[in-house]
Ligand binder design. Structure first.
Ligand code: AMP
Ligand code: MN
Ligand code: MN
Ligand code: MN
Length: 284
């Protein structure tokens, strides 16, 4: 696989908080010129067989994918897994446990919203949910747009559902060590997702990268829809400093909501080791 490859190794379907099916995403990836694709639903591999089959139909190379929610130093961090065996019970059991608690949290989010005059948010969010085990803040955001509270989901995440605003319920996700191990022991590569999104101090960020490496993590997203071009350069340097491979992915969720479409990002710098070089044997 060439270093300059239109790889899109991060996106979401209706199996988590995207609005397209795995089949619709595969068709869109193909139409946008993607050469290597991975569907990375939050805490869930239920869409993997469908995504791989659709990729095959379109002649797209495919890597299995997932985005695991982790709590590290008091914040939520996302760890992407690529190229694992999706049928392996070790990853599936870990993800089952990570998903647990989402429904309870959703009811608490709705109770807080009711206190600020927004009733029935649980039922409202559920209408947008494709997978009952995966009710997320994104589904609440869609409900708040539909009911006219906010213009769009970006406005929602400035005024609701985030720390210090109505509808925020802290949650304890998986441990970093466990998430990295589930991915790795099932044959995959663990990747730190969109590192620029976290609000860590320099020391905390250093701790995240070094502990991630210690536990067996091998990659970091450098070119992602969540980073600015200046941040591509910062995390390209971090990848080199920590000896990590680089990944590339849009984090596409929806044609209506996402700024970055599948396959539309710049290539990785030729000075980085692309994550797919480590995963050639796992490409379907
Ligand atoms: P949850 O896993 O339920 O906490 O939901 C997290 C999801 O909310 C993320 O995967 C994003 O899709 C969405 N999200 C979180 N923060 C933002 C933001 N600032 N802007 C847009 N979407 C966001
Ligand atoms: Mn999401
Ligand atoms: Mn994420
Ligand atoms: Mn994502």
């Amino acid at each position: 696989m060439a270093p300059f490859l239109n790889a899109d190794l991060h996106c979401h379907s209706v199996v988590s908080d995207g609005t397209l099916t795995p089949e619709q995403l595969a068709a869109r990836a193909k139409a946008n010129g993607v050469e290597l694709w991975a569907l990375t639903d939050h805490d869930e591999v239920g869409g993997q067989l469908r995504a791989a089959a659709a990729a095959r139909e379109h002649g797209l190379h495919y890597l299995t994918g997932v985005e695991i929610s982790v709590t590290f130093a008091g914040q939520t961090v996302h760890i992407v897994g690529l190229g694992f065996d999706a049928a392996d019970p070790r990853l599936q059991t870990g993800l089952n446990n990570t998903r647990g608690g989402r429904d309870q949290r959703a009811q608490e989010i709705a109770a807080q919203l009711a206190q600020v005059g927004i009733p029935n948010a649980y039922e409202g969010a559920l209408k947008f949910v494709g997978n009952p085990e995966l009710i997320s803040r994104t589904h609440f955001a869609r409900f708040l747009v539909e009911s006219g509270v906010c213009q769009d989901t970006h406005e929602v995440f400035r005024n609701y559902l985030v720390e210090g605003k109505p509808g925020y319920i802290p949650h304890r996700w998986a441990h970093l060590k466990d998430a990295v191990q589930w991915i790795t022991e099932c044959g995959g590569a663990a990747v730190i997702a969109h590192p620029a999104r976290y609000k860590f101090s320099a020391n905390e960020e250093y701790a995240l990268f070094s502990e991630f490496k210690t536990h067996g993590g091998v990659g970091v997203e450098v070119v992602t829809g969540s980073h600015t071009p200046a941040e591509y350069a910062i995390y390209a340097d971090m990848a080199k400093e920590f000896g990590l491979a680089a990944s590339r992915g849009s984090d596409f969720h929806s044609p209506e909501e996402s700024h970055t479409d599948l396959g539309s990002l710049p290539y990785l710098s030729g000075q980085l080791t692309p994550i797919w070089e480590l995963l050639e044997h796992r490409i379907q």
